[in-house]
Design a protein around this ligand. Structure first.
Ligand code: DGP
Length: 118
């Protein structure tokens, strides 16, 4: 169970309670297309464990799982964006975080030099 009272939207995707365009899944990580893409390729890479709200918590508690997240992002970027991509973790509402279940945004496929995700 996550730290909040109800499961995150991403836990509902992991549990197949709501649909998503899933592009990768392992025992510990899932990746799917962002519902509101900010680039031609916009994937979210999410640990299935809902205990970590943001990347700092994940890094402190489980650096191995963070490394797996980054490796998954790279693997998917190789597959979907030719291997060049932007990796973003938003941390905190004022930084644009809306889902408090840690996730990496993988953006690619036609980014402009000065676009930073939004
Ligand atoms: P952030 O703002 O960093 O917390 O990113 C949350 C992202 O999650 C945002 O880009 C939109 C995406 N998102 C929110 N709800 C859903 C959903 O139900 N399905 C999918 N595929 N993406 C979602």
């Amino acid at each position: 169970m996550s730290k909040s009272d109800s499961p995150s939207i991403f836990s509902m995707i992991i549990d197949r309670k709501i649909p998503a365009d899933i592009v990768f899944e392992s025992d510990s990580v899932i990746a799917f297309r962002d519902i509101n893409p900010k680039a031609p390729v916009h994937l979210l890479v999410v640990p299935k464990n809902p205990d970590f709200q943001n990347v700092s918590e994940l890094a402190a508690a489980s650096p191995e799982l963070l490394a797996e997240l980054v490796a998954t992002a790279k693997k998917l970027a190789d597959e979907y964006t030719g291997g060049e991509y932007r990796l973003i973790f938003n941390e905190g509402a004022s930084a644009g975080q809306t889902v408090f279940h840690v996730h990496a945004h993988v953006l690619g496929g036609g980014l402009t030099e000065d676009s930073l995700g939004d």
